[in-house]
Design a protein around this ligand. Structure first.
Ligand SMILES: Cc1cc2nc3c(=O)[nH]c(=O)nc-3n(C[C@H](O)[C@H](O)[C@H](O)COP(=O)(O)OP(=O)(O)OC[C@H]3O[C@@H](n4cnc5c(N)ncnc54)[C@H](O)[C@@H]3O)c2cc1C
Length: 440
């Protein structure tokens, strides 16, 4: 009898697990809420126009030959009956499985901030990203954009927007004392460099500014009050997607499902990526939630499925990690690789190479790489293909944040800043020493 493998989620873990499992001689079905895989690594470059939005989205069917794609939303899992209930455009389906992979990732934690779902913008949802990109091209000069969240994604996005539209006022609001807490104190030099690039691009950095509410007229920030803004972008945090039927399983303190070292939740059920708390191979805590870990966990799940189907024992997850990084403009990278701090061109090039390498489609990666040399960005311009995208309607925003989005990385200590809403002179760079006290 042929083994039925069902993979839930078409993100990094799901795609890499399904791809590896396709060699198991089993029937592999992948359930995805959207027909494309989204590559989030190029978010800043999509905003600046350096990478075409379509390069960050690849049809799952192209990525996964031999895998049946079931388009629909997983509603629940029955561990006792070994079935998954899926809502599709054509009604409900019940998929039976012998082996199940849970890879549904995380979503914007919209419930943390009133008004965020209705009025905020997400960087995670590809439709939202394309609509945001269009919105940024049409905003009148001097309008304000607020980016909430001082993690790598927030700093990268705020800098990218300020570089793309130097005539806008871009505010980066984060709740701690210094942005980029995940790099401090060990990689302080990298964090300070990244923040200096943001300040050099005229980003206004507000420390201790927690996003309290979002409305049609702007954002409410602790310590700064109401900040009038047409666009409030959330990178404040993500929360794992929960599925009825799995909610009784053990979770870590942020709600991720705890796996064993083989990436199993329980017998015949595997999990990886943002939804899972996978024991770190070092023996200290759980693996971080980011794309690289999700990819390697997906690969290990797929390889273990192949072993399981062949009647062999699974092997534990052993990926030791690689590092983290961001691009703050062409040639201005900030990265930590195997614990080594890199800034400027070396960091930018390392990130560029790694991101192309880890794109799930080789042909798309090659095209994306070639466009850096042949496209308009090489002349300091951007791809101007916004005509292909929908305009920024209010429903796009709601859609964008509700369906996904944001960044789980949190803000912490930050550079000094002026109160938001205060007028700003063009060219006022405010290269305040990093770590300086917050200005109220
Ligand atoms: C803007 C942004 C930038 C980022 N930049 C980086 C970066 O530079 N480097 C890095 O390492 N990480 C980055 N990350 C983090 C990285 O994207 C995540 O860690 C990664 O996506 C996790 O992979 P995953 O497979 O667990 O989940 P995802 O990639 O989120 O995939 C989950 C999939 O499951 C689907 N799904 C969810 N619920 C259901 C359901 N009920 N039914 C069916 N399908 C469902 C979703 O639609 C999605 O396709 C970034 C994240 C964001 C938001």
């Amino acid at each position: 009898m042929i083994t039925e493998i069902v993979v839930l989620g078409g993100g990094y873990t799901g795609v890499w697990a399904a791809r590896a499992a396709a060699g198991a001689g089993a029937r592999v079905r992948l359930v995805a809420a959207a027909p494309d895989h989204s590559f989030h690594g190029w978010t800043a470059e999509v905003i600046t126009g350096h990478v075409r939005p379509e390069r960050a989205r690849v049809p799952l069917a192209d990525l996964l030959p031999g895998v049946e794609i079931v388009l629909g939303r997983v509603e629940s899992v029955s561990l006792t009956q070994q079935t998954v209930r899926v809502a599709t455009d054509h009604g409900h389906r019940h998929l039976a499985y012998d082996e199940l992979v849970v890879a549904v990732g995380s979503r914007d934690a919209v419930e943390r901030v009133p008004g965020l779902a209705e009025h905020g913008w997400s960087l995670k949802n590809p439709n939202g990203l394309a609509a945001l990109r269009h919105m940024l091209t049409t905003l009148p000069p001097d309008d304000r954009v607020v980016v909430a969240g001082g993690g790598l994604t927030g700093v990268e996005a705020a800098t990218a927007i300020a570089q793309r539209r130097p005539d806008l006022q871009v505010t980066l609001a984060h709740s701690g004392e210094a942005a980029l807490p995940m790099l401090r104190p060990r990689f302080e030099r990298v964090a300070d460099y990244a923040l200096r690039q943001a300040l050099a691009a005229n980003v206004e950095v507000l420390a201790g500014a927690r996003l309290v509410t979002v409305s049609a007229t702007g954002a409410e920030l602790t310590g700064y009050g109401h900040v009038a803004s047409e666009v409030v972008i959330s990178t404040i945090g993500q929360t794992p997607v929960t599925l009825p039927g799995l909610d009784h399983l053990p979770t870590d303190e942020v709600g991720r499902l705890v796996t064993d070292p083989f990436l199993r939740l329980t017998e015949h059920v595997w999990a990886g990526g943002d939804v899972a708390a996978v024991p770190h191979p070092s023996g200290r805590g759980y693996c971080p939630a980011n794309a690289l870990w999700a990819i390697y966990q997906g690969k290990r799940i797929g390889a273990n499925l192949v072993r399981t189907v062949a009647g062999r024992k699974p092997t534990p997850f052993r990926f030791p990690g690689l590092g983290q990084g961001a691009s703050l403009g062409l040639g201005r990278g900030a990265a930590e690789l195997y614990g080594v701090q890199l800034t400027g061109w070396p960091a930018w090039l390392a990130r560029w190479v790694f991101f192309h390498w880890f794109m799930p489609s080789r042909p798309v990666a090659v095209r994306t790489a070639l466009e850096w040399f042949t496209g308009p960005q090489w002349q300091g311009m951007s791809h101007d293909d916004d005509r292909d995208h929908r305009g920024p309607h209010r429903s796009d925003r709601r859609d964008a944040v509700q369906r996904n989005g944001g960044d789980h990385r949190r803000a912490d200590r930050g550079a000094g800043a002026r109160p938001a809403g205060a007028s700003r002179r063009r060219g006022d760079r405010r290269e305040r020493p990093v770590g300086a006290a917050r200005v109220h």
